[in-house]
Unconditional design. Structure first.
Length: 304
C-alpha cells in the first residue's frame, strides 16, 4: 500500500503532461532554428552556441542564489552520463536536420519514447497498460511509414537520426531516474556544462570563415533560450508524472515540427508521410490521455 499511496500523493499526471507539451513546442522551435543555422554554419558550432547560451543563462539565473551548491550531485556518474547522452543526441540530431526535413527527422526520433516505455517497467517500476502499448504500436507503425524505403530521405541523415534516438532513450530514462535524487537545476547545469566543453573543444575546426550577421546572432541566442526553457520544463515534467504518461506526449512535437517546418521552409511531407505522422500523433495522444480517464484502484482500510 505504501507505493500506491506515494504515487497518489506525488504524481500529478495532468500538470506533467501539460509541462511536457509546452517543452516539446519549445524543442520544435529550437529544432527549426537549428536547421536554419546548420544550413549556413558548421554543426558543431551551432550546437556549441546552443549549449554555451544555455550554460550562461543557467549561471545568471541560479548562480547568485545557489552558488557552488548549483553543481552538487548525489549520483555524479549518472548525471555525467545523462549529459553526455544528450550532447551526442543533439549533435546527431543537428546533422540529421541538416540533411532532412524537420518533421521527418522528428518522426524517426520518436523511436526514443518507445524505448523509454519499454525500460520504464524493469528499471523504474512504472508499467504501461495494454491500451498504452497498443497506442505505442500504432505510433511505431507511423514511424515505419514515414521512414519507409523509397521515401526519398537521405540515408546518412536517417542513420544520424537513429543514433540520436538511441541516445535519447538513455537521456530520457536517466532523467526519470535522477529526478528522484538530483535537483532540476544541477541536472540542467551539468548538461549545459558538458555540452559547452565538448563542442567548445571542436571550435578550432568548426569556426566559420565569416562573422555571423545580426540576425544570425539572434538565432544563436534563441537556441540557448529555447534549450534552457524546454529542458527545465522537461525535467519538471519527469518529477510530476510517470514515464508512461509523459513519454507519449512527446508525439505532439511532431505536430509542432510539421507546422513550423512548413511555415519556415515550405516543406510538406508526402501522403504516406502525413499518414504516418497522423498515426504517431493519434497513438501518442491516446496513450497520454488514458491514465487520466482510466479507473483508479480503490484503497480499503487494512489493504496492503
Amino acid at each position: 500500500m505504501a507505493d500506491v499511496t506515494y504515487i497518489a500523493a506525488q504524481s500529478r499526471p495532468t500538470q506533467g503532461a501539460l509541462l511536457m507539451a509546452t517543452a516539446v513546442l519549445l524543442f520544435s522551435c529550437m529544432d527549426v532554428t537549428t536547421k536554419h543555422m546548420a544550413l549556413a554554419y558548421a554543426v558543431p558550432l551551432v550546437v556549441f552556441m546552443r549549449y554555451a547560451g544555455n550554460f550562461t543563462l543557467l549561471l545568471a539565473i541560479f548562480g547568485p542564489r545557489k552558488g557552488r551548491s548549483l553543481f552538487a550531485t548525489q549520483r555524479t556518474g549518472l548525471v555525467l552520463l545523462r549529459a553526455a547522452s544528450l550532447a551526442c543526441s543533439s549533435l546527431c540530431a543537428a546533422l540529421a536536420f541538416q540533411r532532412m526535413p524537420v518533421a521527418e527527422t522528428i518522426a524517426i526520433l520518436f523511436l526514443a519514447p518507445f524505448g523509454v516505455m519499454l525500460l520504464a517497467g524493469p528499471l523504474l517500476g512504472e508499467k504501461a497498460g495494454p491500451l498504452q502499448w497498443a497506442a505505442a504500436g500504432l505510433g511505431f507503425a507511423g514511424v515505419l511509414l514515414v521512414a519507409r524505403p523509397g521515401s526519398g530521405l537521405d540515408p546518412v541523415g536517417v542513420v544520424f537520426a537513429l543514433v540520436s534516438a538511441a541516445n535519447g532513450i538513455v537521456y530520457n530514462t536517466l532523467s526519470r531516474t535522477l529526478a528522484r535524487s538530483e535537483t532540476t537545476e544541477s541536472m540542467l547545469v551539468w548538461t549545459a556544462l558538458v555540452g559547452t566543453l565538448a563542442f567548445g573543444a571542436a571550435l578550432p575546426w568548426s569556426m566559420a570563415n565569416h562573422w555571423p550577421t545580426a540576425l544570425d546572432l539572434v538565432g544563436f541566442a534563441a537556441l540557448g533560450i529555447l534549450s534552457t526553457a524546454g529542458h527545465f520544463m522537461f525535467t519538471q515534467a519527469c518529477r510530476l508524472a510517470p514515464a508512461s504518461v509523459i513519454a507519449p506526449v512527446n508525439y505532439l512535437q511532431l505536430v509542432w515540427s510539421g507546422l513550423l517546418g512548413f511555415a519556415v521552409f515550405g516543406h510538406v511531407p508526402d501522403h504516406l508521410g502525413l499518414t504516418g505522422m497522423g498515426l504517431i500523433a493519434l497513438g501518442g495522444v491516446s496513450a497520454a490521455l488514458w491514465p487520466m480517464i482510466a479507473p483508479r484502484p480503490v484503497l480499503r482500510a487494512g489493504a496492503c
